[in-house]
Design a protein around this ligand. Structure first.
Ligand SMILES: Nc1ncnc2c1ncn2[C@@H]1O[C@H](COP(=O)(O)OP(=O)(O)OP(=O)(O)O)[C@@H](O)[C@H]1O
Length: 275
């Protein structure tokens, strides 16, 4: 910003967007001193219900299978589903130095608002900035210990929480989860552009609900229409990390709260692609 500039004069200025006045300050928060996290990966989706939490947990499974230490920070404060997927109903313990994450059967460390509420069925009725503050605390106050990868299960969309996570946590990359529907191209692009504008690399796209295999004849049925994910990935210059069909085994593992027992064979190569 030159000396003649005022904040108001930025609108319409030819240098807007490239001058130092507009470069965001580094707002990164320090991790808890008892955390040593080597990589932070955000799992995002442009809209709700595409199976983002299922993909987060599947990714955690694949990483565990390859011997990595993994944590999941459930940043979906108003719709937390990660603890239940792992059968965790206890409350996280605290100490002077911070909060201990809960540990699932397979060793995945988990922190979620549901592990802090007295009654896990109580709704969280807080305004955006309060919710975003809690997510930040899951980074600054939780003692994650030694982790190869921390996965952040984001709430859908491009609101307060994804913005806070991208600004406050040292996110190394994002995985965008989507489904094969009409509006997907636009929605994926929104999620992609948000990451790009925040200088976060997009590691690739995962398509969920891609098809259904008829149990009788084995025919693939494209329940939500024909997939355009390959075209979209090519347009954005990113890659497709996996295509997951509607699979009863995955739904049952969620329902039975035993996601630590299920393998997601459709994401077999994802770890090599993103690490
Ligand atoms: N490929 C799949 N096959 C069968 N069931 C699936 C599949 N993907 C997700 N599900 C089921 O759909 C439900 C919603 O999935 P999930 O909670 O992962 O969605 P989400 O995108 O995280 O939702 P939200 O956006 O509301 O946070 C879950 O019960 C899950 O078991």
């Amino acid at each position: 910003m030159s000396e003649q500039c005022s904040k108001e004069s930025c609108a319409g200025c030819a240098q807007a967007g490239s001058c130092s006045s507009q470069k965001p300050a580094d707002l990164k928060e320090p991790a808890n001193p008892y955390s040593c996290v080597r990589k932070v990966i955000g799992v995002v989706s442009g809209k709700g219900g595409v199976g983002k939490s299922m993909v987060t947990a599947s990714l955690a499974r694949q990483l565990r299978k390859q011997g990595y230490t993994v944590g999941i920070l459930d940043a979906d404060i108003t719709g937390p589903s990660i603890p239940k997927m792992y059968g965790l109903h206890e409350r996280a313990l605290g100490a002077e130095e911070g909060i201990y994450p809960c540990v699932a059967e397979d060793g995945t460390k988990i922190m979620s608002i549901n592990l802090m509420l007295e009654n896990e069925e109580d709704p969280v009725i807080w305004r955006g900035p309060v919710i975003a503050g809690v997510v930040k605390q899951f980074w600054t106050d939780v003692m994650w210990g030694d982790l190869d990868v921390l996965l952040v299960d984001m709430p859908p969309g491009t609101g307060d929480v994804p913005l806070t996570v991208f600004q406050s946590l040292p996110v190394d990359g994002t995985v965008i989860v989507t489904s094969p529907q009409d509006l997907v191209r636009m929605i994926v692009k929104k999620a992609y552009s948000m990451a790009k504008q925040m200088n976060i690399p997009v590691l690739g796209l995962v398509e969920n609900y891609s098809y259904l295999v008829c149990p009788d004849c084995g025919k693939k049925i494209e329940v939500f229409g024909h997939s355009h994910i390959d075209e979209i990935a090519a347009e954005l210059g990113t890659e497709v990390l996996g295509k997951i069909p509607i699979d009863q085994t995955l739904a049952e593992a969620v329902e039975n709260e035993q996601f630590y027992n299920v393998e997601n064979p459709y994401l077999d190569e994802i770890v090599d692609k993103i690490l």
